[in-house]
Ligand binder design. Structure first.
Ligand SMILES: C[S@@+](CC[C@H](N)C(=O)[O-])C[C@H]1O[C@@H](n2cnc3c(N)ncnc32)[C@H](O)[C@@H]1O
Length: 264
């Protein structure tokens, strides 16, 4: 109770600070960021597959019970309990406007190799995998959720999605052995400080110069806030955008270490 009150206070303060620091396109001096703002942030349009949202509508009434695993726990003995799929769809899956934004980013980048850490029910995965020439590798440790996401992948006949099952602590280091560069990554799995830094370090090794990493829930808790502030100052990061809900990281040295605070 006390903990959730202090977390809510933390988020309210973070939101106020974000609101005070927000700028619009008139304050953007970089041609790249201006173009990005005009094509990705400002439009609220979506040109992908419209029927993905019908899946969300169905999930929101599903009474199927999912065995939850605390994959973020330090203990190897996972805490386990059941939760209805409807609740997972309502609380864990990214909301439609964020999915659409992510779709616009991968379209803008013409991303070919896409990584998503944390599949959950696979809705964002479908948005990311719209372009058939792209390949999406999505990581999920909860086997029940993998089965749910797989039914959606099969329903839409998405041959360009690979679900990598297991704890990201083990699966991501293996995946990163492949030297092919990554164009886009969404980090939305373990919202703790240490794994966030670890997963970022691994992804940063393989990200394209023109690639983007999106870190979700950057102001969700003091430890995520700390991770975000450290990562955006990482030597390999040459540009960053704080959208409050998530942060965008850019790796092109030509961007000259600019940081923006925008609202979506
Ligand atoms: C917030 S949800 C992902 C939401 C999804 N990206 C979306 O946009 O709808 C986080 C997911 O990451 C998974 N996860 C958390 N820690 C993990 C870990 N260490 N290894 C594998 N999966 C993990 C959880 O099981 C959960 O399904």
């Amino acid at each position: 109770m006390q903990q959730s009150l202090s977390l809510n206070l933390f988020r309210a303060r973070a939101y106020l600070n974000h609101w005070l620091e927000t700028v619009d396109e008139h304050s953007i001096h970089s041609p790249f960021f201006f173009d990005f703002y005009e094509k990705v942030i400002k439009p609220k349009t979506y040109t992908g597959q419209p029927d993905i949202e019908a899946i969300r509508t169905n999930l929101l009434t599903s009474t199927t019970q999912i065995e939850m695993m605390d994959l973020g726990a330090a203990s190897p003995h996972f805490q386990s309990h059941q939760r209805p799929l409807s609740k997972i769809a309502a609380t864990s899956a990214s909301p439609k406007p964020l999915c659409e934004l992510l779709h616009r980013i991968v379209t803008f980048l013409q991303a070919r190799k896409i990584v998503e850490l944390g599949t959950s029910v696979g809705l964002t995965t479908l948005y990311l995998a719209h372009h058939p020439e792209s390949r999406v590798f999505t990581f999920e440790g909860n086997k029940d959720l993998v089965q749910v996401a797989l039914t959606h992948v099969e329903y839409f006949d998405k041959k360009n999605i690979t679900i990598i099952t297991g704890n990201i602590d083990q699966t991501l280091p293996d995946f990163i052995q492949n030297p092919t560069k990554i164009d886009f990554a969404l980090m939305d799995a373990n919202h703790r400080y240490a794994p966030t830094i670890r997963y970022f370090e691994l992804l940063a090794k393989r990200i394209q110069t023109k690639g983007v990493i999106v870190l979700d829930d950057i102001h969700y808790s003091p430890e995520m806030n700390r991770a975000w502030n450290e990562i955006r100052r990482h030597p390999l990061v040459y540009g960053s955008v704080d959208l409050f809900r998530c942060g965008l990281l850019f790796f092109d040295p030509a961007l000259n270490r600019q940081h923006y605070v925008w609202s979506i």
